[in-house]
Design a protein around this ligand. Structure first.
Ligand code: ADP
Ligand code: MG
Length: 229
């Protein structure tokens, strides 16, 4: 088997809350290969977002190692992590996290500014990904002029714009009605079919059914890890 894209070993994450330490992730081991389509499930508070934030280099573990694409990101300084986050990770949030008063085009192109592309290159690529999410006709609209599903499409386009190694989505349909959720999941299916590695968190079994592997967390540990054959 090829080298995993993600290899985490004995990841723990705890938080200091006043005089107390809250142990959230209690020793997670996980390998994910290129092209996988993974749903991460588990009760509220089980540590899903904490794990996703570590996978997305938005947070670092208290202990344990994280090898991403052959690089040990658990040892990296903040500036190196920021670069990995920008180049290797596309993150989609439940609440979209778009810049207000900024057009869809500029929201999507934003990660390319940090990656150092020219304005011409940024706009060309941003239009390309907006076409991919079927929203090129809304590129001049600001988030408050778009529906929830359209906002999430913009967020997905932004996640794709730098051609990352992994797409991470934390409850991407959590703020959407069921019809719109299905549309967004069809979009993730397409993204996966294009060769992307996709990891998404969901509470809903119907959403998780789109993935090919389901990992369940409970109380900071992996309870089960099941792949469809
Ligand atoms: P999930 O996404 O599965 O609902 P989270 O990963 O968000 O769970 O949270 C797991 C637990 O960790 C919760 O009890 C939460 O309160 C705690 N937690 C998460 N982030 C922090 C933090 N920054 N400081 C203190 N506790 C935190
Ligand atoms: Mg969460």
């Amino acid at each position: 088997m090829s080298r995993p894209l993600i290899k985490i070993t004995n990841i723990k994450r705890d938080f200091e809350l006043g005089n107390e330490i809250v142990y959230v992730l209690k020793g997670i081991d996980l390998e994910i290969h290129k092209g996988e389509y993974v749903a991460l499930m588990g009760p509220s508070g089980s540590g899903k977002s904490t794990l996703m934030n570590i996978l997305g280099c938005l947070d670092t573990a208290t202990s344990g190692t994280y090898i991403l694409n052959g690089k040990d990101v658990s040892q990296m300084e903040d500036n190196e992590l920021a670069e990995i986050r920008n180049k290797e990770i596309g993150f989609v949030f439940q609440t979209f996290n778009l810049l207000p008063r900024t057009t869809a085009l500029d929201n999507v192109a934003l990660p390319m500014i940090y990656a150092g592309y020219s304005k011409q290159e940024r706009n060309k690529r941003a239009i390309e990904v907006l076409q991919q999410v079927n929203l090129a006709d809304r590129m001049d609209h600001q988030p408050n002029q778009l529906s929830g599903g359209q906002r999430q499409r913009v967020a997905v386009a932004r996640a794709l714009v730098n051609k990352p190694s992994i797409i991470l989505a934390d409850e991407p349909t959590g703020n959407l009605d069921s019809k719109t959720s299905v549309e967004i999941m069809k979009l993730f299916n397409e993204i996966h079919a294009n060769g992307n590695t996709v990891i998404l968190v969901t509470h809903e079994e119907e959403i998780a059914a789109y993935a090919h592997r389901v990992i369940r967390l409970r109380d900071g540990l992996i309870e089960s890890d099941t792949s469809k054959v």
